[in-house]
Design a protein around this ligand. Structure first.
Ligand code: E4P
Length: 218
């Protein structure tokens, strides 16, 4: 299972990293804009994430046409060692075309903004490493996101593809737990959800008791 932090805000990321349970960091242009990170500053931000213990980083292309996507992807990949960077590409007609070429050349690809079963299936068929459905946004649109993600998971398993779902737009602990129940291969969470998963009040209270008793033992 791969857990990611979905953010381009270094201060926010540093509240969670390093942590051995976190596999990596995912970004996209919206997150970069929100964090005030320019395109030219992106490689440095991602290198800092690797130094902070992320084993892998994911960055999105900016272009929408096949040639532009490939040029963006090659520019990003040139900055990292093999396997460190996964190229995120929206699961459009052109995106699938560019991604297939990258996958065939051995580069890991995530198809993102996945809203439909067939897109997840194409990701598997074309050898992508990940397909990223947006749970919260599916539910905003009135779709039963969990049911659709379960179908995507089943379709990938049936076809024997090694593609993992990387579920994004995960906004609550309840959503996270429901995804674990489904057995998805990876989830990316906003750092604000990190504390809900890692800092449990009852555990912290128990620890206070243990510390007091340990101190009393001398
Ligand atoms: C994924 O790439 C997006 O950054 C993210 O998951 C969107 O989350 P939101 O729908 O809660 O904004």
């Amino acid at each position: 299972f791969h857990l990611y932090l979905d953010s381009a805000d270094l201060a926010e990321l540093k509240t969670c990293l390093p942590h051995p349970a976190v596999h990596g960091v995912t970004t996209n242009p919206t997150l970069l804009r929100r964090a005030g990170v320019s395109r030219s500053a992106l490689p440095q931000l991602l290198h800092t994430c690797l130094q902070l213990g992320a084993r892998q980083v994911q960055a999105q292309v900016h272009a929408a046409d096949t040639d532009g996507i490939l040029a963006d992807a090659r520019q990003l990949l040139a900055e990292f060692n093999p396997g460190q960077l996964v190229v995120k590409i929206p699961a459009t007609r052109d995106g699938l075309r560019a991604g297939a070429e990258l996958s065939a050349a051995g580069f890991p690809v995530t198809y993102t903004a996945v809203y439909a079963l067939e897109q997840a299936h194409f990701a598997g068929q074309l050898g992508a490493s990940y397909a990223a459905p947006y749970l919260g946004r599916l539910e905003d649109a009135g779709v039963d996101g969990l049911a659709l993600i379960a179908q995507m998971q089943a379709a990938l398993t049936r076809s024997g593809a090694s593609t993992r779902l990387l579920v994004a737009s995960v906004r609550s602990r309840a959503a996270y737990l429901a995804l674990l129940e489904l057995g998805v291969g990876s989830i990316t969470i906003p750092p604000k959800l990190f504390s809900e998963l890692f800092d449990h009040r009852a555990t912290l209270d128990a620890e206070i008791g243990f510390l007091a008793d340990a101190a009393a033992l001398g």
